[in-house]
Design a protein around this ligand. Structure first.
Ligand code: DAH
Length: 338
């Protein structure tokens, strides 16, 4: 057998092997076995040098042709195998309609919060934030709330276990009022903030209570601030939120961090539809001088008001929802309506 007669059968064998490669990895291996540095076809080309001079041109030409054929076969088999690898493993019906991703939307409580924030921004308030895991100082002491106040009882408040002697007990904040203290300790007056946020109480869930709910706190500190400013601001925001027919009434109340203190009652056609004339909606008052002392503001110079209300209550009024638990159940049939 001469080199010349070896070319054709070797080429045929190589072509057959390339064609038989079952996947891309096998194909690359076959390519190496034939055309790589130590490949069987490469060895043939190396023998070309040892041929008698007159045989070289013909043999060289044949070898080159064979190599071109092998490379073409390699490229086309590779394309076939790539396509095969990309195809779905299971039979697929490409005529089926596409899978649509459902659009989400803002939760009704988020929408109400955003609207309240927008109203307050119009009149110069900024949003402030504070931790949901709070200490007793910010939640109670600095707000002039005495040690025997019921809010401090473990029956009413979630305390976190694990505090060892000397460590201050931590709790899930019972109201957003704690952020008043954090903001005033950080910046000098004047202050104009609102604080939307989640709060926690040991209430059993029923139509009007849930152990976690959302509040918005407001705090305004400046010189010569009056109850009139407070009432005007509250009226402005509620009218923006719930319509022009809204009426607001202040009723004397007690909070330890405000003096005087009020509860804000609210009346509207919606409230009357519920069979009531007034609905209690929020607490508020003029910031207690002791609170100013606690944060290092001079109560002889600075005056202010604060309020806090529940966002769920407002959302329930606005959307005529009669059970607070609906907000937390994440039933899309409910949520899709807003
Ligand atoms: N913190 C009170 C609550 O959780 C609400 C409140 C009342 C906030 C009076 C205030 C305030 O800022 O002045 O029910």
């Amino acid at each position: 057998m001469s080199l010349l007669t070896d070319i054709e059968p070797l080429k045929q064998a190589a072509l057959a092997e390339l064609q038989a490669a079952p996947d891309l990895a096998a194909l690359e291996q076959t390519k190496g076995a034939w055309l790589g540095g130590q490949g069987k076809f490469t060895a043939l080309m190396k023998q070309l040098g040892s041929l008698p001079k007159e045989e070289k041109p013909a043999a060289g030409k044949l070898i080159n042709q064979a190599k071109v054929e092998l490379e073409a076969a390699l490229v086309s088999r590779r394309a076939e195998l790539e396509l095969k690898a990309a195809l779905p493993k299971e039979p697929t019906d490409f005529t089926l309609p596409g899978r649509r991703r459902a659009f989400g939307r803002m939760h009704p409580l988020t929408q109400v919060t955003a609207d309240i924030v927008r109203s307050f921004r119009k009149i110069g308030f900024a949003v402030a934030d504070g931790p949901e895991i709070e200490d007793e100082y910010h939640c109670f002491d600095a707000l002039n709330t005495p040690a025997d106040h019921p809010a401090r009882d473990t029956q009413d408040t979630f305390y976190l276990g694990g505090a060892t002697a000397g460590q201050k007990p931590m709790l899930l904040r019972t109201h957003t009022s704690s952020v008043q203290i954090r903001v005033m300790k950080k910046q000098p007056p004047p202050v104009r903030i609102i604080v939307p946020g989640r709060v926690y109480r040991r209430d059993n869930a029923d139509a009007t209570h849930n152990p976690t709910f959302q509040q918005i706190e407001g705090l305004y500190v400046d010189k010569n601030v009056t109850v009139g400013d407070l009432k005007g601001t509250v009226e402005f925001v509620f009218k923006e939120l719930l319509g022009d027919e809204v009426k607001v009434r202040f009723r004397p109340h007690y909070f330890s961090y405000t003096e005087p203190s009020f509860e804000i009652d609210f009346s509207s056609p919606m409230v009357r539809k519920m069979g009531k004339e007034w609905l209690e909606l929020a607490g508020c008052g003029m910031v207690h001088p002791q609170v100013f002392e606690n944060v290092g503001y001079d109560p002889e110079v600075w005056t202010g008001w604060a309020f806090g209300f529940g966002i769920e209550r407002i959302a329930m009024l606005r959307y005529e929802i009669n059970d607070i638990r609906l907000f937390y159940e994440n039933d899309v049939r409910f949520l899709r309506q807003f």
